[in-house]
Design a protein around this ligand. Sequence first.
Ligand code: ADP
Ligand code: MG
Length: 560
Amino acid sequence: MKEKGNISIHTENIFPVIKKFLYSDNEIFLRELVSNAVDATQKLKRLSSLGKISGEVGDITVSVSLDEKAKTITISDRGIGMTAEEVKKYINQIAFSGAEEFVEKFKEAKDANEIIGRFGLGFYSAFMVADLVEIQSLSYQEGAEPVKWECDGSTSFEISEGNRTERGTDIILHVNADSEEFLNKSRLEEILTKYGKFLPVPIKFGTRTTSEPDGEDEEGKPKYKSVEVDNIINNTSPAWIKAPSELKDEDYLAFYRELYPFAEDPLFWIHLNVDYPFNLTGILYFPKIKNELDIQKNKIKLYSRQVFITDEIKDIVPEFLMLLHGVIDSPDIPLNVSRSFLQADSNVKKINTYITRKVADKLSELFKTDRKGFEEKWNDIGVFVKYGMLTDDKFAEKATDFCLVKNTENEYFTLKEYAAKVKDIQNEKEGQVVYLYSTDTANQDSFIASAKDKGYDVLVFDSPIDSHFVGFLESKVEKTSLKRVDSDVIDQLIKKEDNDQKLTLTEEESASVKSIFEKTIHKETYQVEITALKEDAMPVTVTMDEFMRRMKEMAQNGGG
Ligand code: ADP
Ligand code: MG
């Protein structure tokens, strides 16, 4: 048997186009070919479980191997294999039915992911790195003959008798001169691990040495010997695909360490598991946030049926959820479309809403079942909750119940509790309640002390996100104004007759002290006031008008 043919009638040679266009992302050839090997293996397992396979399934490990001298990479599986007819159908025809469309549309596509898959070109991504691709396959079907397919990157292929004696498929890539980086063992293992770390079928990449117990020496101490074992690069049943009831805290933590070997343990996690109206599994972890100015986004990894796709999940989860870590696995997220299409996709919208609700529910549950623990973690959780409330209305609605504020006594309140606490005492005029807050408790302690003296409570809003959150609270909590403690504010709020301290300076003395200060500081930005204060308070205070302060802060935050 020997047959030659032409792949495409209408198009010229599309391989140079694929190669050139996809060059930047060419490592995904391995993802595509290994995924195909895994698919073929899964199909075989399914057929076997249905009793449709005679004989043993045997070892189903997929093997990736490298021959540096021959400059080949081989991906071998023991899946269902292909007959000559199937090779013609699935490799020649199906893939190339999309070719014409591809050539027309490739100009629009922004990255390789948009093309691969969308045009059914998964297999053909091999030509990004190889100038000759060979398939050796033997179908599981009884009486099947081994088949060989060969294509040199032009539009003509050749089918002939193959050499496989065992069921399954080898894809042999003769790596081209531009892609020799993939002939490096550690580079290849790196890519394989990146995409295949959690694939559902064992993936072997060469062997590795390990030590094994080997009896005892003369003194009775255990002896070890070196042995070569298969180097399996993946964990075939990662935590997220298991039922939450099967997993203990230790399992979730162990999985977190598997994902982020160098990170500190997370605070808590949410196991996502839904199959209607879309299919999605995953585990989201709340990390410890050490420094909120240095929060790392894009830590969530997106998988599709255990194949790693990307860690750029920008349009798939709401912005504030990007602070979380973990894994989302969904075959229902369209992976091969442009970003704008993704945002408009109805599944993606539903997934967004679902995740947001799950996160809010989890926080609410923690708050209700363990308030003390929740307060202890508030430093880390708070940034996230505030960010969520500022950017997502639906989340804000739910989070109002568990969003906490802290006062200078280190007491925590929900917004409702706090409103009830201060509504009678800090009621200024016409039902307007004033919330006082400090942005810097160390430097504002004299004002805090004065405010407390008058029976006022002072909140602490001292993190970068708080400057935005203050404005948010003001607009959301009815009839409330928030004021930062300074002498200006205290003078306005606290009834003057309560202040029994007398100014000991004469009017001229006050005026000259005031002018001395006004000469040295910027008069338009700061106000100088000479007033009598409590004995333990600072003798002189310079304050900045609240409006000026916020303006300045906004300017510093780059227009915030
Ligand atoms: P897709 O995987 O999206 O179907 P591909 O271009 O990756 O598209 O593969 C085309 C087809 O070729 C597959 O659907 C499958 O029928 C066949 N195929 C590819 N690789 C293998 C393999 N290793 N074993 C069996 N069949 C394969
Ligand atoms: Mg494929």
